[in-house]
Unconditional design. Structure first.
Ligand SMILES: [Zn+2]
Length: 248
């Protein structure tokens, strides 16, 4: 322990002794003692934040998911022009949008394995956590500046086709996958009422699922009440993770 920290302990002991000797000094010395606690708490909080950052660095420097991973899953390769013709239950890699695809009946799941962030890990370098509300009207995209919000590659491809954006910019924008906040996997039946966590599962439990889904449908378009697109990306993330876990 360094000298400064020892001084805090000595001063704290001194304060206790002084108060025992003369109770009338208690208020004043309490203020000093509280100030010391606040200062040290701030230092500790700072160290804890750094610890989280170091942990995050560990995650980022681990093996990343790349072409090797894609090949290891042996997906069928296609392009977004042929998505409609996908066969049920077959895993595809859609080259031009850099996403995996699985069709299950009328449902098309697209996506990748993304990064999962806690609230404390989010900083200016974190992209694609939420969908860009502006969609293809996004000013960043039109100016060909990397937008930090997620843009669906299928939508962006329309701008590419109309030559509003270059292929180089399109590739840059779609190169990073959809990412997530950890609470997206948290089930809370009261989630819709909890403003602290926007991304939370408020439906899904068997006993009330059908009623919850009907309630959402009666409120209007599902996407405005429940972010079904983000939910699909979460499901795809989990399917790919499972395949990664179980691949031989
Ligand atoms: Zn945008």
């Amino acid at each position: 322990m360094n000298v400064e920290l020892e001084q805090y302990i000595l001063r704290s002991d001194e304060i206790v002794q002084n108060i025992e000797l003369d109770r009338s000094t208690a208020d004043e010395l309490n203020v000093e003692h509280d100030a010391m606690i606040r200062l040290l708490s701030n230092v500790l909080e700072h160290l804890m934040e750094n610890k989280k950052y170091i942990n995050m660095q560990r995650i980022n420097t681990a093996d990343t998911i790349d072409d090797k991973f894609i090949k290891s899953l042996h997906p069928h390769v296609t392009t977004s022009d042929h998505i409609e013709r996908a066969v049920d239950g077959v895993l595809y890699w859609v080259t031009d949008i850099s996403q995996f695809l699985i069709k299950i009946g009328a449902t098309y799941l697209r996506g990748n394995i993304g990064n999962i962030y806690t609230k404390h890990m989010i900083n200016d370098n974190v992209v694609n956590l939420v969908k860009c509300r502006a969609g293809n009207q996004c000013k960043n995209v039109w100016a060909m500046r990397r937008c930090k919000f997620f843009h669906d590659p299928l939508e962006l491809k329309q701008l590419l086709s109309s030559k509003a954006i270059t292929h180089a910019f399109y590739t840059e924008q779609v190169s990073a996958p959809k990412n997530f906040i950890n609470t997206s996997w948290l089930y809370d039946p009261y989630g819709t009422k909890n403003k602290k966590y926007n991304h939370i599962r408020s439906i899904g439990t068997r006993s009330t699922a059908l009623g919850d889904i009907n309630a959402i449908k009666s409120m209007g378009a599902i996407s405005t009440v429940f972010d079904i697109e983000d939910f699909k990306y979460q499901v795809m993330h989990d399917i790919l993770l499972l395949l990664l876990l179980e691949r031989s």
